[in-house]
Design a protein around this ligand. Structure first.
Ligand code: FAD
Ligand code: NDP
Length: 335
């Protein structure tokens, strides 16, 4: 027999654990599936892959990403959440209670009245030669997270990408860098007009069009340069740089809900603005899986709180028999 839960949380980053803390304290006995290397991440999510986190409030000296996630996990448990080190492989959101399959199971293993999707996202990488060696030793996929660390201060940095993220990250990095080089593989920026113009006008930024990186070069422990090639002529080049930031997009972990929840054109779950509600009543989304703009631990935690409060209200309405089956058109998610 499947195990029934009032509310199941899928994912174990800041969004999932914040939801678990709130729902546990509301005596809703949430179950949180933390995954077993789901989407390539250990339980605890993306922050387990980094060292110092200096922008999460409450830690004036900074905190190690893994330590922060251990603390969140302990807090979830202390507040009454049950945590299972399992990946959810399949979901059926077509009728209530919703059905869940743990990895490897042929039959439904769990059912839930409400589900919170907090499966996160992953930054796209380029698999350049040297990338693994210098990942987090000069190479990063988050300027806001890593830009301020000492190895990047007053040093030349490279950003790859031509979208809004690349423009935003490059401009952000000018606060710390001596100069920022942006490598754009085509002869145009994809970024919005306003961001593109801000980027092109910035005195500390050089945009290299038709340029792609070919290798991350270093001294064995830290990155020192990026080898490049002209995408039109094939001409090789090299830019001295102590930092290489990827801004070539993220992939939200939405394979579980594809075809069941409304996703935007880039695969992010769409939520009703100002809430964590999806187009399926009783299913909520929080964290990077529904946020392509901010992608921070604190914003993920904030949306995890919203998902928990929305789920709590929904479950109360369900108990009172007032939860309606259909949404009106005005309630449809849009972003
Ligand atoms: P995630 O952290 O992505 O976690 C999702 C979790 O859910 C993962 O553990 C995954 O395995 C699990 N999961 C996925 N699918 C399933 C499934 N089917 N079943 C069960 N489990 C599943 N932000 C900051 O604010 N400050 C920083 O300094 C900072 N540094 C960063 C450094 C790096 C290297 C990276 C990659 C990110 C950094 N970020 C930082 C961004 C921050 O980590 C993310 O915004 C945040 O972790 C997103 O949280 P989340 O809860 O949405 O999910
Ligand atoms: P985008 O998909 O918009 O842009 C990705 C960029 O990376 C493109 O220039 C793309 O090039 C380039 N790229 C992709 N793969 C490679 C590769 N292998 N090698 C070199 N370059 C590559 O992603 P973003 O993360 O920038 O933005 C995602 C969404 O979030 C967008 O809708 C954006 O508008 C939004 N956003 C908005 C912000 C804001 O409003 N302030 C801030 C950040 C994001 P090409 O153009 O050739 O495909």
């Amino acid at each position: 027999m499947p195990e029934h839960h009032k509310v199941a949380i899928i994912g174990s980053g800041p969004a999932g654990h914040t939801a678990a803390v709130y729902l546990g304290r509301a005596n809703l006995e949430p179950i949180l599936f933390e995954g077993m290397m789901a989407n390539g991440f250990a339980p605890g999510g993306q922050l387990t892959t980094t060292t110092d986190v200096e922008n999460y409030p409450g830690f004036p000296e900074g905190v190690l990403g893994g330590e922060l996630m251990d603390k969140m996990r302990a807090q979830s448990e202390r507040c009454g959440a049950k945590i299972e080190t399992e990946t959810i492989e399949k979901l059926d959101l077509s009728e209530r209670p919703f059905k869940l399959w743990r990895e490897g199971a042929s039959e439904v293993t769990d059912t839930a009245d409400a589900v919170i999707i907090a499966t996160g996202a992953s930054a796209r990488r380029m698999d350049l030669p040297g990338e693994d060696k210098y990942w987090q030793n000069g190479i990063s996929a988050c300027a806001v997270c890593d830009g301020a660390v000492p190895i990047f201060r007053n040093k030349p940095l490279v950003v790859i990408g031509g979208g809004d993220s690349a423009a935003e990250e490059a401009i952000y990095l000018t606060k710390y860098a001596s100069h920022v080089h942006v490598l754009v593989r085509r002869d145009v920026l994809r970024a919005s007009k306003v961001m593109a113009s801000r980027l092109l006008k910035h005195p500390k930024v050089t945009v290299h069009f038709n340029t792609a990186p070919t290798e991350a070069l270093g001294d064995g422990s830290l990155l020192t340069a990026v080898a490049t090639k002209d995408t039109k002529t094939g001409e090789q080049g090299k830019i001295d740089a102590n930092g290489l930031f990827y801004a070539i997009g993220h992939d939200p972990a939405t394979s579980l809900v594809k075809g069941q929840l409304e996703l935007d054109s880039e695969g992010y779950i769409q939520t009703i603005p100002g809430s964590a509600e999806t187009n399926v009543q009783g299913v909520f989304a929080a964290g990077d899986v529904q946020d392509k703009r901010y992608r921070q631990a604190i914003t993920s935690a904030g949306s995890g709180c919203m998902a928990a409060l929305d789920a709590e209200r929904y479950l109360a309405e369900l108990e009172e028999g007032v939860a309606t089956e259909e949404r009106t058109n005005a309630d449809q998610p849009s972003k």
